[in-house]
Design a binder for this molecule. Structure first.
Ligand code: MN
Length: 299
C-alpha cells in the first residue's frame, strides 16, 4: 500500500548574482528527507552571455554538495585545487567534511541553466573527514518503455549509482522525451522517507498532479509509487532513512552544536587555513550573514 502524500510549498530565494531558485529543503515542516538537508531547483532559465550564475568563494563544513545538471554548464573550483566543468547528465559531489571552500560560475559563453542542487548531511562518524571532490560523468540509466530512469544516488531497479555517500540514500531522475509515459509502478523502500520535485513539464504521482510550486513528501512505510509523465517532462525523487540525529544548519554549515558553527563562522571571517584558498576567481568571497542569537537543532 502507499501512504498519503503531504505537499509542502517551495520558497523563492536568490543565489549568486540574481539567479532566482525554488527551495524545497529545508522546509519549516520538513527539515530533512533522510540525510538530504537542502534542495534547490534552479531554472530552467536563459540569460545573455556573461550574465549567468556567479557564486564567489564560500565555505562548507559537515556536508556533501551534490549537483545534478540538466541543461547548461557550470565551472566548479575549490580550495583542493579541483577545477571541473559539469555538463548535462553529470553529477558533481563535493564532500566538505572538516572544511573546504568553492566557487560555481557559468562559463562566459553559457546562456542557460537548469539544475538541482542538494546537500547531504554527513553522519557523525564522517562529518569531520578530510574534504574531497568527485565528478561523475555518467550514471546508470534504465529504460522503462517511454520512461528514462537515471540512478543518481543509491540503488534503484537493481542498478547502483557510483556516487559515494555515507548514509542510506536514493535519488532518481525520471524523464520523458517526445512521448508521454504510461503510469508506471515502482517499489519503494519502506525504511525510507521520500520527496518528489517537479523539474519540468507535467507529472502525476499516484494519479495526483505534482504542482510546480510544491514538493510532495511520503513518510516511511511507503512501499510503492505510481509515476506518469507527460512528454518532455522530468521529476526528481529523493529518499533516505530518517537521519541519525538532529542537525544544526546555518548558512553553509552543518553541525551539531552552536559552538561548532560559531567556530567555523569565526574561522571564515579570519581567513583561517581550514577553508583553504581559491586562486583564480575574479571577485569577492561571500560574506556570512549576521550570526543568529539562537539556533535550534532539527531534522
Ligand atoms: Mn556551496
Amino acid at each position: 500500500m502507499s501512504t498519503l502524500a503531504t505537499e509542502l510549498p517551495l520558497r523563492r530565494a536568490e543565489i549568486g548574482q540574481g539567479t532566482v531558485i525554488a527551495r524545497a529543503l529545508p522546509h519549516r515542516e520538513k527539515r530533512m528527507i533522510g540525510a538530504w538537508c537542502f534542495l534547490d531547483r534552479a531554472g530552467p532559465v536563459q540569460f545573455a552571455q556573461g550574465k549567468g550564475l556567479d557564486i564567489g568563494p564560500h565555505p562548507h563544513i559537515g556536508l556533501q554538495t551534490f549537483t545534478w545538471m540538466i541543461a547548461g554548464t557550470l565551472m566548479h573550483t575549490d580550495s583542493l585545487g579541483s577545477k571541473q566543468l559539469i555538463q548535462p547528465k553529470q553529477v558533481n559531489l563535493m564532500t566538505a567534511g572538516h572544511g573546504i571552500s568553492h566557487t560555481e560560475v557559468a562559463p562566459q559563453t553559457e546562456t542557460e541553466l537548469h539544475t538541482a542542487q542538494l546537500w547531504i548531511a554527513l553522519p557523525d562518524a564522517k562529518r569531520d573527514m578530510p574534504a574531497k571532490f568527485q565528478h561523475y560523468p555518467q550514471l546508470p540509466v534504465i529504460q522503462q518503455q517511454q520512461l528514462e530512469c537515471t540512478v543518481l544516488v543509491g540503488e534503484f531497479l537493481e542498478q547502483l549509482s557510483p556516487v559515494e555517500v555515507y548514509s542510506p540514500l536514493v535519488a532518481v531522475d525520471f524523464c520523458t522525451a517526445q512521448s508521454a509515459s504510461q503510469a508506471t509502478r515502482f517499489k519503494l523502500n519502506p525504511k525510507f522517507e521520500y520527496g518528489l520535485l517537479l523539474l519540468t513539464g507535467d507529472v502525476q504521482i499516484n494519479g495526483q498532479t505534482l504542482s510546480n510550486d510544491n514538493m510532495m513528501v511520503f513518510s516511511t512505510g511507503t512501499t510503492e509509487i505510481v509515476i506518469e509523465l507527460a512528454a518532455k517532462s522530468r521529476v526528481l525523487l529523493i529518499g533516505g532513512e530518517p537521519f541519525e540525529s538532529p542537525i544544526l544548519l546555518w548558512w553553509n554549515y552543518v553541525g551539531r552544536t552552536e559552538q561548532e558553527i560559531k567556530t567555523a563562522h569565526q574561522q571564515w571571517l579570519a581567513h583561517d587555513r581550514r577553508f583553504g584558498e581559491i586562486h583564480d576567481y575574479d571577485g569577492q568571497r561571500l560574506q556570512a550573514p549576521t550570526f543568529p542569537t539562537h539556533m535550534r537543532a532539527s531534522r
